[in-house]
Design a protein around this ligand. Structure first.
Ligand code: GLU
Length: 470
């Protein structure tokens, strides 16, 4: 049977890194085995599900490039099918109506707790109960009482659940709506899912789902429960740990491949290798090699990976993502040098695209003011003569190239008997507004002659104005 995996998020929030990792593992498993990857939206909790969350999930998957072959399939569109299966289970005797009231169930629970027993449904209506006036029954699955469910989990290994531990689960509420375990089972069955890869918070649902699948005569999928992700304080990863929404990483200037590479290594390894292209992930990843133990999220390592990807990816690809950050700064990248050229000169020195965009903004628009410290140190009356020399030389340069620019800077230093740094740094602050930029000749070449000239003139005027002000 060909492999079919699914990612089945509940749309009650954004796509967080834990969900994204589960999706990635399912996607990799399908891609590795020539299978199909299905996206299923588990939106039956009408109160908590929102269309904004659905959009956030789809947006996150698209940005990460986790394309799905089928779906999105919405559970809310499948109520008729769930009803049909519930009826089938009632007809076969694998389910029954339970008329116990809320008060009775609460009393049952209190008594069990009083006896220090685990609270569970006592099977009161299991033999068959008469309808009761004014009570809309729930429908319970008739769980086997004997034997055990053995899950051969691809990550966890063999897990045994005794049926005596499982009570008769509600599969339809009193208003007729199906419950979570029922919908998952029907969907996994109808969608022909062969591998259920999900978070290990679902592990206790698995024996219940298997029992329902067996009652329906279904072939069982294989299960892989992926351990949770912890924050660096050892607690389950949550909002407290900062950016946990996938799209927040986009905002923060990460490349999607860097995040994917980071996520694949969270709980999976291949020797001590850190960098994997997507194709390498597909060929090397094996769900069976995923760690049983929880993994810890390490933001520093993600940042390191992002830097590796910024430095080593095709600059055109990086430019494509940098463009988004330029837009966020209200910069239209057509108003300056080709973004790809900017990437080439900035990539060694920036770890995120946010940083790259901020450090490159001066190529596209005038800055409002100089970095105070850099200006105090470099834009002094003593720098005016050298700046003025260079201004004249730049205006007259027949060819605006980094070589020609370099020559002007060196010759000015010689003429004024100054060290190169004493010339280059005032020039840098004049054109970039601050003390950091790529090598000055390359910076000026990219900036273009017109902007260079304007900014040197502006710096000279600024220095002179400072002088008058004192
Ligand atoms: N909807 C469930 C969740 O978001 C996943 C269920 C499953 O994968 O079986 O946690």
């Amino acid at each position: 049977m060909s492999t079919r995996t699914r990612f089945a998020p509940s749309p009650t929030g954004y796509l967080h890194v834990g969900g994204a990792r589960t999706a990635l593992f399912s996607w990799l498993h399908a891609r590795k085995h020539g299978g199909r990857f299905i996206l299923r939206i588990e939106d039956t909790d009408i109160e908590r599900s929102t269309i904004e969350s659905v959009n956030a999930i789809l947006e996150g998957m698209t940005w990460l490039g986790l394309e799905y072959d089928e779906g999105p399939i919405y559970q809310t569109e499948r109520f008729d099918r769930y009803k049909e299966v519930i009826q089938q289970l009632l007809d076969s005797g694998d389910a029954y109506r339970c008329y116990c009231t809320k008060e009775e169930l609460e009393r049952m629970r209190a008594e069990q707790m009083g006896r220090k027993e685990k609270p569970r449904y006592n099977g009161c209506c299991r033999p068959g109960a008469e309808p009761r006036e004014g009570v809309n029954p729930v429908i319970r699955f008739r769980n086997p009482v004997e034997g055990a469910v053995i899950v051969d989990d691809l990550v966890r290994g063999k897990i045994v659940f005794n049926n005596s531990e499982l009570d008769d689960l509600i599969i339809a509420r009193s208003d007729g709506t199906p419950t979570y375990n029922l919908t998952v089972v029907v969907d996994d069955l109808d969608m022909g899912v062969t591998h259920v890869i999900r978070g290990d918070d679902h592990i206790n649902n698995t024996p219940r789902q298997i029992n329902i699948l067996k009652a329906l005569g279904a072939e069982l999928p294989q299960y892989a429960h992926v351990p949770m992700i912890l924050g660096d304080d050892g607690k389950r990863l949550s909002k407290r740990h900062g950016a946990v929404s996938v799209m927040q990483y986009r905002e923060d200037g990460f490349l999607p491949e860097a995040l994917l590479n980071y996520l694949v290594r969270l709980g999976w390894s291949y020797g001590d290798r850190e960098l994997f292209s997507l194709d390498e992930m597909i060929s090397l990843f094996d769900i069976k090699d995923v760690n049983k133990a929880a993994s810890t999220f390490n933001s520093e390592k993600l940042l390191w990976l992002n830097h590796q990807y910024i430095m080593n990816s095709d600059p055109a690809h990086v430019a494509h993502h940098l463009s988004y950050q330029m837009g966020r700064l209200d910069i239209d990248p057509v108003d300056g040098p080709e973004l790809v050229e900017v990437v080439k000169v900035q990539r060694e020195r920036t770890k995120t695209l946010v940083e790259m965009a901020q450090n490159s903004a001066f190529f596209y628009r005038d800055f409002d003011c100089y970095d105070e410290k850099a200006a105090r140190k470099n834009l002094k009356p003593a720098a005016v003569e050298a700046l003025a020399d260079m201004l004249d030389a730049f205006k007259a340069l027949p060819d605006w190239s980094s070589e020609a620019i370099h020559k002007v800077v060196v010759e000015t230093a010689e003429l004024r008997e100054l060290k190169l740094g004493k010339i280059a740094q005032p020039l840098r602050v004049a054109v970039a507004g601050g003390p950091v930029s790529p090598p000055i000749d390359i910076t000026l070449e990219l900036l273009g002659r017109e902007r260079t000239v304007q900014r040197i003139e502006r710096a000279i005027a600024w220095i002179e104005a400072q002088g008058t002000a004192v």
